[in-house]
Design a protein around this ligand. Sequence first.
Ligand SMILES: [Zn+2]
Length: 298
Amino acid sequence: MEVFKSESIITFFDRFKTDMDCLEYLSEKKWSLGFSCAKCKHNKCTIRKKNLARDCNKCHHIESPTAGTLFHKVKFGLRKSFGIVFEMSATTKSISANQMSKRYEIRYITAWLFMQKVRDAMKSSESQPMKGEVIVDEFVFGGKEDLKQGRSSDSRKKKIVAAVEKDIQGIKRVYFKVIKDYSCESLREIFDTHISKDANINTDQWTGYKPLQKEYKITQTKSDKGNTFFEMNTIVHQVKAWLRSTFSNLDKHHIQAYLNEFSYRINRSIHKQTIFDNLISRMILAKPLTYKDIKISN
Ligand SMILES: [Zn+2]
């Protein structure tokens, strides 16, 4: 199968002209390592021409290309759903569910739900901890003073801790975690999930980071707006601007999902040509989600 490589929406819709083009892409990707029956593990099947479903030659269990993926039961057609996946990955900023619903002529809630599924596929596998130079800092979002950086005890604001991995070009990767408070216990979540014990970490002088020095190489320096935290300040500024401009009615229960989306694009910005293909693979591997799951889990 030829992997789709492009950032152009024209090239994209030339390649995926029909729902069938998308179904073929999905089925070739899903069974790229060969067929194995979900029921009996038999490895020979007959492919149904109409919908590319695999019919197991032994037990006759039938599996569609969308079964067990995040495309399962998508009612508005694969071509539209592929289009949304493309726009959420290959473009720089993605767009709101409201704009997406108009663009693809689907209901707002349908667009929003599907976009939450895509965000679920975008979340980190947590298998590649940050190494080298890392900056960790907290910020708040929402409420009146959302331009302010640093800790706030205002309960209406979302507290977020961010980790930025630097390289010679500037920002290599970034992760965010919504936290309930600034305690050491809450702050350590981002360390344990995203940062290697070998990384050289810079934080400000907040006492919440002190106990973590036993396990991590943390240097605490006075927070300044310019030098040490430059990359962090840049990212915080960008993510806040994006959240404010894209989500007019930002539902604070889902902010982690939006932050995951932002990280996913930043962290793959050097692989923009294949980012759509990567996201399709993730959509196939992820467990199907229902509307109820999404409401509860975020
Ligand atoms: Zn079987």
